[in-house]
Structures are given as structure tokens and as C-alpha cells.
Ligand binder design. Structure first.
Ligand code: HEC
Ligand code: HEC
Length: 173
């Protein structure tokens, strides 16, 4: 299992445990009734179907783990499932295996990019002081709750003090 996935799954598991009602954000009617577990497949009944169209996540990822990863994406991108998943025109429910929305393939490229940043580059940085989440790039590192990353603009006011834009001329006081 790629390390990125394990890390994401761990982060996501924690957030799922502390934010249970989040499922309501999908706009799907809760299938389990009050207190019951809402079904992530848009209100369909029965067990979660096995994923059939995984191209980046390991093919044997359990349906539960896929959902944990997906909920992580919604949180890190401040988005809903529908950002990447198209609705089935007939049923009006999300068709999760479908690759119809270009955002889904963009997300696959992003998953590969994030894995490579961690595996190929961050793995070369030896910083014993950094906590595990500090030495790992996730979707949220760039996206910070937005589906399109917000362009960084330095604060308008120039910083004061020794690192400011206008250092004192040398030898004058
Ligand atoms: C940022 C884009 C994005 C968001 C948001 C997102 N998904 Fe996904 N989802 C994907 C991608 C990409 C895949 C395919 C992963 C792969 O190829 O390994 C996928 C796959 C799935 C699958 C497996 C489908 C199959 O049979 O192959 C399910 C189920 C799923 N997502 C459910 C959800 C749910 C539920 C949500 C909302 C909580 C959600 N997704 C939000 C991008 C997203
Ligand atoms: C290194 C920074 C970075 C990381 C990490 C990253 N992204 Fe992105 N992402 C971007 C940038 C920049 C764009 C805009 C690309 C463009 O439009 O040309 C983008 C665009 C996207 C889009 C398209 C959004 C839209 O509205 O069209 C999706 C979906 C997406 N990212 C998903 C993800 C997911 C899922 C992850 C984690 C697996 C991730 N990204 C990790 C930088 C990043």
C-alpha cells in the first residue's frame, strides 16, 4: 500500500470519527433513518459495492477505506462528492465508478503527484524535528479547503524589523 494512502487514511479516519454528521453534506437522503448510518452511495440499500474502477488506489481497497479517502478529499478541497463524480442521468444518484467528469481524472493526476512528492522528494529531507504530518504533503497542503488553490499573495504591508524590505544603511549609527 503506498505510504501516502496510509497517511491519508489515518488522517481521514481521525476526522471521520470526530465529524460523523458530515455525510449529510452530500445532499443524499439519510438511508439509515435517525441514528442509522447514512449510506454513502446516495441512499441505495444493501452493503457498499466493491469499487470497480480504481486506477490509482490499490484495486483491493475496501469500500469503507475508499469512502474514508473520499471524505478526506471533500474536507481538504472544501468540496462535495459532486466536484469529481457525475450523477447518473436516470437515477439522479452519483455514479461513482463513472469517469465522466474531467475533475475525477484531474484528481487521479493529483493523487499520483502527491504520492511522488512524498516518496521521491520529501523522503530525501532528513529533519528529525518535523512531525509526520509536517513532512508529508497532502491535498490540503496546497488546496487548504478550496477546490482551486488560492494564489498566495504576500501581505501588503512590508515587514518591519531586520528582515524588512528597507534594511538600515550600514555603519550610520
Ligand atoms: C477531488 C475529487 C473527488 C471527490 C471530491 C470525491 N471523489 Fe470519489 N473518487 C475520486 C477518484 C479520482 C476516484 C478513483 C480513484 C482511483 O482511480 O484509484 C474516486 C472513486 C470513488 C469510488 C469508487 C468507485 C469505483 O467503483 O471505482 C467511490 C465509491 C467514491 N469515489 C465515492 C465518493 C464519495 C462518497 C465522495 C464524497 C464523500 C467522493 N467520492 C468524493 C475523486 C473524488
Ligand atoms: C502541490 C500542490 C497540490 C497538491 C498537493 C494537490 N493539488 Fe490539486 N491542484 C493544484 C493546482 C495548482 C491546481 C490547479 C490546476 C489547474 O487548474 O491547472 C489543482 C487542481 C485540482 C483539481 C481541479 C479543481 C477544479 O476546480 O477544476 C482537483 C479536483 C484537485 N486539484 C484535486 C486534488 C487532490 C484530490 C489532491 C490530493 C490527492 C490534490 N489535488 C493535491 C495543486 C495541488
Amino acid at each position: 500500500m503506498p505510504r501516502t494512502f496510509v497517511v491519508l487514511a489515518a488522517i481521514v479516519t481521525l476526522s471521520v470519527l470526530s465529524h460523523r454528521p458530515l455525510l449529510g453534506q452530500e445532499g443524499a437522503p439519510p438511508a439509515g433513518g435517525p441514528g442509522g448510518r447514512p449510506h454513502p452511495m446516495g441512499g441505495a440499500h444493501g452493503p457498499m459495492p466493491k469499487p470497480t474502477n480504481l486506477k490509482v488506489l490499490p484495486k483491493d481497497t475496501s469500500p469503507e477505506d475508499v469512502i474514508k479517502v473520499m471524505k478526506g478529499y471533500t474536507q481538504q478541497l472544501g468540496a462535495q462528492c459532486g466536484l469529481c463524480h457525475a450523477n447518473n442521468a436516470a437515477t439522479k444518484h452519483p455514479d461513482f465508478p463513472s469517469d465522466q467528469k474531467p475533475e475525477k481524472n484531474t484528481a487521479r493526476t493529483m493523487m499520483l503527484m502527491t504520492q511522488e512528492i512524498n516518496a521521491k522528494y520529501l523522503s530525501q529531507i532528513h529533519d528529525p524535528d518535523a512531525a509526520p504530518d509536517q513532512k508529508t504533503v497532502t491535498c490540503g497542503t496546497c488546496h487548504r479547503g478550496h477546490s482551486m488553490p488560492v494564489t498566495f499573495k504576500p501581505p501588503a504591508k512590508p515587514a518591519t524589523g531586520p528582515s524588512g524590505m528597507h534594511p538600515k544603511p550600514k555603519g550610520n549609527s
